[in-house]
Design a protein around this ligand. Sequence first.
Ligand code: NDP
Length: 241
Amino acid sequence: MARVALVTGGTRGIGAAVCKALKAAGYEVAASYAGNDAAAAAFTAETGIPAFKWDVADFAACKAGIAEVTAALGPVEVLVNNAGITRDGMLHKMTPENWHAVIDTNLTSVFNMCRNVIEGMRERSFGRIVNISSINGQKGQMGQTNYSAAKAGEIGFTRALAQEVARKGITVNAICPGYIATEMVLAVPKEVLEKSILPQIPVGRLGEAEEIARCVVFLAADDAGFITGSTLAANGGQYLA
Ligand code: NDP
């Protein structure tokens, strides 16, 4: 039987590429999303992968959403925590709303999702959790105290949970993408992209969502059981931790 994989924020950008790659690798895949119904419908029409709408920042909604996915496909064996947002601004101008939105959507969501799948994974003695963090959680980024804190928090969470569940056949890993050509990054003004961002990337280009998807498929595999608590950097050489 195909393993069931759930990808949060799976209808666009990196998440959509991850869904497609997991499906191609033989998984039964579900995607979640927040509110862009048109993008979700187009994604499902293109891929045949069902999309479920809920806010990953809301614990009860995650519980209900995971129950819905489980009823449709079976218990979640591979969880990819990918949903994320940015609300950039220098700290001296950052509002509490923009702090909390980013922490809740990028970091608290990881607790909300993991907490609601972990008991089932423990009972079945198998699980793969992949958290999509960021290069900016490793190095810090000006204008992103909220995002850098959330993404660094994901790495700490990954390392702690990996130790808790290692004996249960569950692995927990983080991937830290550099700049990937998705809507999130292409929203950056062209001049900033060309003059300040690209020169920092030794390979000389943005990454592709499919390149992050390959990392997820690798970590999700049954035979990746010895890799846990790790942080996989995929950043074109931009930051060598
Ligand atoms: P996109 O903005 O392209 O897509 C974001 C996805 O997350 C959408 O499906 C969106 O749903 C969903 N989402 C957002 N908020 C919520 C929420 N509260 N509840 C449920 N789903 C939500 O993002 P990217 O593909 O660029 O980024 C994906 C991940 O990779 C993020 O965690 C990001 O921080 C990380 N990352 C991205 C990098 C990049 O260069 N792009 C670099 C490093 C890390 P909807 O369509 O309904 O809005």
